[in-house]
Design a protein around this ligand. Structure first.
Ligand SMILES: [Zn+2]
Length: 265
């Protein structure tokens, strides 16, 4: 049983062959693929996909750049305009209905945009954290350059059910945060060519490691389109780094997934 806790199967790169991508994933042994939402369109599409494909588990969220779409002049690429508060309300309605497994992705981004956007990003991030708390759902966190601030906010809300997706901050800070707060970290499929991800695979508390792809991004080999079945390679790497059998590594991550997402499947 393999799991991909962070994917974007709603991406246009999968429009032509989604059936085959999902078939390859299930044939490789994946029993759960969490698809993460970014804005209204992907959030709604994910709910549809989950009805079509039982392996897909929906997480709805607002990407930090989409969260500030009203500040288009401060964003270096075009972002579709939408009513953020209406979307927050929609996400809460789905949380209340029990139709989602997590809130995400959500968080803070200091890579594409500057400090003048941070207050607006934090407002949306905190609103989504509060929904997660009210409905006892885990959060899937995107944070770029603002890892420390995101951790401060999460700690202030005393949330424990947290997965940092594709964490690229200091490894030491991640390991300490995992030890202190019990937060999880999902490691993407390009870890074999990334020393920092290997350090996390090796040194995070073993009960707090998860696998993800962020597909179609972050492929194992540059230039490929990534897809969920590539978590298999990350489990191989985890087993090599820890001196475990592949079965042990797979079982460990599967148990971690079940614990964080409060699910048996
Ligand atoms: Zn993502």
């Amino acid at each position: 049983m393999y799991v991909d806790v962070h994917s974007h199967l709603t991406h246009k790169d999968f429009a032509g062959d989604l059936d085959e991508v999902i078939k390859r994933a299930t044939e490789a042994g994946l029993t759960s693929i969490i698809v993460n939402g970014l804005e209204p369109e992907s959030n709604r599409r994910i709910l549809q996909l989950a009805e079509t494909y039982p392996v897909i588990k929906p997480a709805l969220g607002i990407y930090p750049i989409d969260a500030i779409n009203h500040l288009q002049a401060l964003i270096p690429f075009p972002v579709k305009a939408f009513d953020v508060d209406a979307e927050i309300a929609f996400i809460e309605s789905q949380a209340k209905a029990g139709s989602i497994i997590a809130i995400g992705e959500c968080g803070l981004d200091g890579h594409w945009v500057g400090t003048e956007t941070f207050a607006a990003q934090e407002r949306v991030f905190e609103a989504l954290i509060e929904i997660a708390v009210r409905h006892d759902l885990p959060l899937i966190i995107h944070t770029r350059k603002l890892e420390e601030r995101a951790m401060q906010i999460l700690a202030a809300h005393r949330v424990t059910k947290v997965d940092f997706h594709c964490y690229c901050g200091r490894s030491k800070m991640a390991i300490e945060a995992a030890q202190k707060h019990g937060w999880y970290f999902s490691i993407p499929a390009n870890a074999r060519r990334d020393g920092a991800f290997q350090k996390l695979l090796k040194e995070l508390p073993e009960d707090l490691v998860l696998t993800e792809t962020d597909c179609p991004y972050l492929p194992p080999e540059k230039g490929q389109r990534n897809e969920p079945r590539n978590v298999v390679g990350t489990i191989d790497l985890l087993s090599e780094l820890r001196g475990w059998s592949v079965e042990q590594a797979r079982e460990k991550v599967w148990t971690n997934y079940q614990r964080l997402f409060q699910t048996k499947k």
